[in-house]
Design a protein. Structure first.
Length: 311
């Protein structure tokens, strides 16, 4: 289920969607970058959580949510959190830009259950002008995915949104406890997960299904995978796709477009983007280099490490 649902027309103000994650394959959550006009905006209660991050110049605003009124100056990076089931309204005195994230209740609840939190600790609360540097980092990383010409695998966006839920419920220390229980994946478990990834590189991979193969919760799995392989899950998957694409290109039996599909990239230009980023060459340059055995291109470990990595 894609949690990105169009918002009904506001009472007097207007919203213009600049970018949307609708076509990016994100499931259970989504995001939009929107221009919001000055005026009164009324938003009904939804069945998913809403997070709005203010982008750009400060704007004076008055809002009401959960029967409480607030008046503030919204600055760049200020975060408002509206849990599922709550409506609200606000008035902006000038036009502004908002990075809006929607998180499905099922998506958030799975994260909560996997962290094994008490019910009283496991719910999102309404917050206004939240300023959490770690959460801002995650939000800007997700916005970068939305704005990228060639986005990463949806697995990366899923990792970011999972980490955002963890920050919103205030359970970051729980991850430290998980990490202290066991430092790495058991060898058989690591082999099982890697075998599954290798067998399904051409398909959409999710954290949920990988964690199931490891018989761990998603938060625990992410920590142990990173400690075992020395790289986050999404980064490992992208590296393996690039390495397989490189091998197939050098074989010379398939077209570049066929190889892109065989290795799980959205399209040929997506594959070329990541080969350029990790190998430093385009697919065509790679094939040309194969004629000279002294210039065969290998994966650049330094560039591989530069892929953004949420914790």
């Amino acid at each position: 289920m894609n949690a990105v649902t169009p918002i009904p027309q506001p009472h007097s103000g207007s919203r213009i969607t600049l970018l949307s994650s609708r076509t990016l394959g994100w499931q259970g959550f989504g995001a939009e970058l929107v221009n919001v006009s000055a005026g009164l905006h009324r938003i009904p209660a939804f069945k998913y959580h809403r997070v709005g991050v203010h982008v750009g110049a400060p704007v004076k605003a008055r809002c009401m949510c959960n029967e409480r009124r607030y008046s503030r100056i919204q600055a760049h990076g200020d975060v408002d959190v509206i849990p599922a089931g709550l409506d609200g309204q606000w008035t902006d005195e000038a036009a502004c830009t908002i990075f809006s994230v929607w998180i499905g209740e099922d998506f958030a609840q799975r994260t909560v259950e996997q962290l094994e939190l008490k019910t009283s600790e496991a719910r999102l609360r309404p917050q206004f002008q939240m300023r959490d540097p770690r959460f801002q980092y995650l939000a800007w990383a997700l916005r970068a995915e939305l704005e990228a010409d060639d986005a990463s695998d949806p697995l990366y966006a899923e990792s970011l949104c999972t980490a955002m839920v963890v920050r919103l419920i205030g359970s970051a220390p729980t991850l430290d406890k998980l990490e202290n229980k066991r430092r790495t994946l058991a060898p058989k478990t690591a082999a099982r997960v890697i075998e599954f990834i290798e067998a399904h590189l051409d398909q959409r991979l999710t954290l949920d299904e990988l964690a199931v193969h490891a018989e761990l919760s998603v938060p625990h799995f992410k920590v142990l995978f990173r400690e075992t392989l020395g790289t986050p899950v999404h980064q490992y998957v992208v590296q393996r796709r690039v390495e397989r694409a490189r091998a197939l290109l050098l074989q010379g039996t398939l077209s570049a477009s066929q190889i892109a599909l065989e290795t799980g990239f959205a399209h040929q230009s997506h594959m070329a983007h990541w080969m350029g980023r990790l190998l430093g060459v385009t697919p065509r340059e790679l094939v040309k280099s194969s004629a000279n055995s002294d210039s065969i291109v290998e994966l650049d470990a330094f560039n591989a490490r530069r892929i953004a990595t949420p914790r």
